[in-house]
Design a protein around this ligand. Structure first.
Ligand code: PLP
Length: 373
């Protein structure tokens, strides 16, 4: 392989080149329509995402963070309430809770899957707990059976942060369609990405759908009639048109990611901790993460060979400056903290060629072989 060609974490340009003709065709339709916010494309995408996730309703919003925020608002969560979530996720998951005025309460993850530990949810419960936001991190579904049982027992709402898990299957259901409400992000680097920001909520409950529809549009269900204080958070027609094209390729792209993940695991599991392979069938891969005590050295070695890698996530949320006010100390969530020091994501995207992947794999192996000398 040509060593001067840097291998990035994700190559969005390649995907756009591949889909250029259908994308331009769809985008031209929007240009000509004169309808740019809340129109036919957005509605069509909502229908298709509802069908894809097996849910009754879908509502487009401006981004994944708003999907989370509006889900909480639709469930009447706010000041005085507590919402349990994982400290090992992207900041937005807990940020959305704080935005409503509720208190984010963290519960540690399981070492094998990086998803929230149902036992730790139990320990974090108080009479103020109204909901849990579980995250299907990197495409791996959280333990939904245990979490739904807890929710039933303690009367909690379950919000799925499925921003990294579009298409993940859990038995006969899909991520986002299992709890009370599911949230998706269409940020460009997500597995279903727009050419800008976008997001969506899915649910089987009509009142949640109605509430989000109203809240996303200034608390209005009819023009110039406002029944609540909402926000401006809509998915625009141009992004919806792009997503309608990309949705057609989603299963193919998810499959390609899975093949890449399988090859990584087969070749690397003797050297590093690789993702758990139980329940392998239904999961998707937003990121492919390994774990090693020599994480930073390995990342430096790969960089020298022209290979990108990334750390998701280097600082657990309970240790973020923005959440100092919650009063958590270092050591409070040992699994998240240890994982943050050891985890490393390798390049994974549908267009990553076998030759390039082999080059990445041989560089990882070379690093560990050198350690032995
Ligand atoms: C990307 C992401 C979000 C936020 O989505 P945006 O569209 O960027 O607002 C929330 N949670 C998780 C787990 C994410 O990966």
């Amino acid at each position: 392989m040509n060593r001067t060609e840097f291998i990035p974490m994700v190559d969005l340009q390649k995907e756009i080149d591949l889909l250029k003709a259908p994308l331009l065709k769809e985008m031209k339709t929007v240009l000509k329509s004169g309808e740019y916010v809340l129109g036919a494309k957005g509605e069509e995408l909502e229908n298709q995402i509802a069908a894809y996730t097996g849910t009754a309703y879908a509502v487009g919003v401006a981004n994944g963070t708003d999907a989370l925020y509006l889900s909480l608002k639709a469930l009447n969560i706010g000041p005085g309430d507590e919402v349990i979530t994982t400290p090992f996720t992207f900041f937005a998951t807990a940020e959305a809770i704080a935005q409503t005025g509720a208190v984010p309460v963290f519960a540690d993850i399981k070492e094998q899957t990086y998803t929230i530990d149902p036992e730790k949810i139990k320990e974090a419960l108080t009479p103020k707990t109204k909901a849990v936001i579980i995250v299907h991190l990197f495409g791996k579904a959280a333990d939904m059976e245990d979490i739904l049982a807890l929710a039933e027992k303690y009367n909690l709402k379950v919000i799925e942060d499925a921003c990294q898990a579009v298409g993940t299957k859990v038995e006969d259901k899909k991520a986002g369609g299992i709890g009370n409400v599911g949230c998706f992000s269409f940020f460009p680097s997500k597995n279903l990405g727009a050419l800008g920001d976008g997001g969506m909520i899915v649910t089987n409950e009509q009142n949640i759908c109605d509430n989000v529809r109203e809240l996303r549009n200034h608390g209005s269900h009819m023009r110039y009639q406002h029944s609540s204080i909402g926000v401006n958070s809509r998915l625009d027609e141009m992004q919806a048109a792009v997503l309608l094209v990309k949705l057609k390729y989603l299963e193919l792209f998810l499959h390609k990611r899975k093949e890449i993940a399988k090859r990584y695991t087969e070749q690397l599991n003797r050297y590093v901790k690789t993702p758990e392979t139980r329940e392998q069938e239904g999961r998707t891969y937003h990121q492919y993460c390994i774990e090693t005590a020599q994480r930073d050295e390995l990342a430096a070695h790969l960089k020298k060979s022209g290979i990108a890698s990334a750390v998701y996530y280097p600082v657990p949320l309970h240790l973020q400056k923005a959440f100092h006010y919650l009063g958590y100390q270092k050591g409070r969530f040992p699994v998240s903290e240890k994982t943050a020091e050891r985890i490393l994501a390798l390049p994974i995207f549908p267009e990553l060629s076998i030759e390039k992947q082999n080059y990445i794999i041989s560089n990882v192996i070379q690093f560990f072989d050198q350690q032995k000398d």
